[in-house]
Design a binder for this molecule. Structure first.
Ligand code: GLA
Length: 394
């Protein structure tokens, strides 16, 4: 469904349920991660982009202290969750989808939602395929936070808004994510990448020109970061940073402070698995910085080669790839018109991001589908993605 259709349906649904138009509607897009994997919580660098699909959040203040959330996309007719301001807390079972908007609302008021004074009613829905690694959850958080800060007259900068969504993920949804997804959704720009520095929390838009496009290839492998794999990777990185802090002569607080050369020389004494995990974000930081230099020179082919390297690092060191994603990247390497390919986002399933020549897109997608089908029996979904505008009020 196109964004306009989603919006029209949502407004109609809101009016039908609540008898008036919403006071506010906010839109926030999903994201693709282009280069720099698992670097955000290591205070490193990432290239990403907001996509042309997202989530709309339509809301009005309530007359009393009730919070009403309607998820348009769940079940045939949507699903509703309600609670009182005094009872805003993590939903443990059933309507666990409510944790994203509820957690966001909770942290918009610094964990004291009663301070809102009165509740709100909202309907939300979107067109980001779920489980594809396109950050539908961050899109929901960022559309929620934009709409609710408007309703309650709260003014915060974008970094603070992104952190509210991240806190909702950590405490309500149970994923210890970095800030990448929320920041990409807020800082996206049409036709441009977002280059993020997660130490200084600064975000820059960089164009890649018209000679290349991105293609997302969604495997049919499950993508769930709430289970332990993401958390254990993050833990390993933090443990490795402590090791390097104890053996290097300069200050190390995160893996951002360690170079590949230092990893080679100073990994002795670090547990083997943790050392393997650590070299991934360390190498990714270096690839992002190298990629930025190449883009400045207009070398998109060189940038693409770094994407292939990124995937090898995921596959061999971080072990957050899987057979399905490897099939896509291995196939992509053999197809003319593909400049680079890598897994995008948390990993363990979800999607690959390909850098392609736009004129070859149809042929590339047909070939990827055929090669994937020959191995796994079903077809992945391929879509050309347009880097798009970030979150905004509609
Ligand atoms: C998920 C997380 C992000 C980031 C990526 C991997 O998308 O939500 O914070 O860590 O994985 O780069």
């Amino acid at each position: 469904m196109q964004n306009q259709e989603v919006y029209d349906e949502l407004i109609a649904k809101f009016e039908k349920l609540f008898g008036s138009k919403p006071a506010v509607v906010a839109y926030a897009p999903g994201r693709i991660e282009v280069l720099g994997n698992h670097t955000d919580y290591n205070e490193g660098f990432v290239f990403s982009a907001a996509i042309d699909k997202g989530t709309f959040f339509a809301a009005s203040p309530a007359d009393d202290d009730t919070v009403t959330l309607v998820a348009r996309d769940i079940g045939p007719d949507g699903e509703t969750y309600t609670c009182k301001l005094s009872d805003v807390k993590k939903v443990e079972s059933g309507a666990t989808w409510a944790n994203y908007p509820l957690g966001t609302f909770n942290w918009l008021f610094d964990g004291e939602p009663s301070k809102a004074g009165r509740g709100f009613k909202a309907v939300f829905g979107g067109n980001i395929p779920l489980g594809a690694g396109l950050s539908s959850s961050a899109a929901l958080e960022m559309s929620t936070v934009l709409a609710l800060s408007k309703i309650y007259g709260i003014k915060k900068d974008k970094v603070a808004l992104a952190k509210i969504g991240q806190k909702a993920e950590h405490t309500f949804a149970g994923c210890p994510c970095g800030l990448l997804d929320q920041a990409s959704s807020l800082y996206g720009k049409a036709g441009a990448l977002v280059k993020s520095d997660f130490r200084s929390c600064t975000f820059e838009n960089v164009s890649m020109g018209d000679s290349v496009a991105f293609m997302m290839v969604k495997s049919n492998a499950k993508h769930a970061l709430v289970d332990g794999a993401y958390a254990s990777r993050r833990q390993a990185c933090e443990d490795a940073a402590r090791h390097f802090a104890s053996v290097l002569r300069h200050p190390v607080t995160h893996l951002r402070d360690v170079s590949t050369a230092e990893w080679v020389l100073y990994r002795g004494g670090l547990d083997e698995t943790k050392a393997r995990r650590a070299i991934h974000p360390i190498g990714e930081d270096e690839r992002v910085l190298k990629g930025a230099e190449l883009l400045e020179k207009g070398d998109v082919a060189g940038f693409g080669a770094l994407m292939f390297d990124s995937h090898e690092s995921s596959r061999n060191w971080f072990e957050n790839s899987c057979e399905e994603l490897d099939t896509i990247v291995d196939a992509a390497k053999t197809i003319p018109g593909v400049l680079g390919a890598r897994l995008s986002g948390g990993g363990f399933g979800g999607s690959c991001c390909l850098l392609v020549r736009p004129e070859a897109a149809d042929e590339i997608s047909a070939k990827i589908k055929a090669k994937y089908k020959a191995v796994h029996g079903d077809e992945p979904t391929c879509a050309v993605i347009k880097p798009s505008e970030g979150a905004h009020l509609v």
